[in-house]
Ligand binder design. Sequence first.
Ligand SMILES: [Zn+2]
Length: 432
Amino acid sequence: MSIYINSEDINLLILHYLRERGLNHAAFILEQESKLKDCQVPPGALINYLQKALLMEELDSHILEEVALHQGFQRCRGEFRLLHSHTCGYQTTPRSIVDNSNGFADDEDPDVVTLEGHSGKVAYISYEKSWILSGSYDGTARLWRIGLELSDWETISILPHISGSAQMFEVTAIAINRHKGIASLAKDGYVRMWGNRWELIGTLFHESEIVGLEWDPSGYHLLTFSKDSIRLWDTQGSLKQIFDHRNTEVSDVKWKGDDEFIVATSEGIFIWKIGENVARTLCNFLSVKKIRMDSEGRLLAMITDENLGFYDQDGPWWMKKSVSAFEWNPCQPLFIAGTSQGELEFWNPVKKSSGPSFKAHSSQITKISHRSDGDYFASGSEDGVVFIWSVDPPSKMRSLHFQASICDMSWSEDGTRLAISYSNKISIYSFC
Ligand SMILES: [Zn+2]
């Protein structure tokens, strides 16, 4: 194929257009000035060509239309005009999509409901008062309303994580603040902030891709971090401060009170105070991968590839231990660690002592989740089993078996239900 356009052809098209419009004087002058040799031109030729050009532009702009429609977008109704750019429904900020049809509840057992709306692995779930938020590798986060009866549930909204070129990105982390404000991180390295009606209100990004996010205790400030910087944002997505970490690689960030946060890096642990320009060094050790503050903000647990450590008023102390999942008890200085061999270990960092330790699962423990009263906790594993344990003394209360590795777990606020995500499903168990 070869395309050739010359100015004589264009002038001829205009000449015939002018004549068809009855603009004979203008046509005469154009013919004289451009010394055109008139020839046969079909009626309406100029308009036809321009229409074809607009159709081509529509095809070009909507090349991924099928994908966008499949992802729940409304069909684009934006105009294509010659002298106006097209405002495309597939490239503008997507609103959340209301969907009551998607999802399926398996209601054979009245004490369990299984939600099957996602098409990819559900990496994140959080049980809020009467709803569950889930984030999946299918590129969506979903809000599910769960009623007083387990069988009374619905999908409220789907939050798509979609780029300008209509590509979906896996949702890798979600943070909810105390005012129910949602910020979600997707594989494209962008954090999306969602408003009260679950509409997208802002998109946050760094120079390199964002790998984690964390709301402060007040719920008015969000920290996002990439490997070389940490940024502080308000609830509207306005940037407040940049904390530079070009010389160390950031791997985790956790708040310590309302105006300080702790950073785990390849060079050790640092503390930043909001408004200051230099970080304090807490300890220089191996590359620290994960950190967690206890519920009172006094003790810090630190995880490296091969070590578990705690930091208290005397400084850091370490054990050689490969930890795959961990959580502080919300009510007492008790730290529970799960290992890659399926063992559960109890630690009391105040007494600098270890408690019971035993083999619980047949493969790597992926999640430990305490009930809010601290009396019970659940452990989930790659072996597809969830155990519910009493804390004191540690005793197995219940076993739940699934077809796939356990991804995430979240207790309801009153502790009567446990939501478990595995593969693309979410099962909710009632223990009333
Ligand atoms: Zn469009």
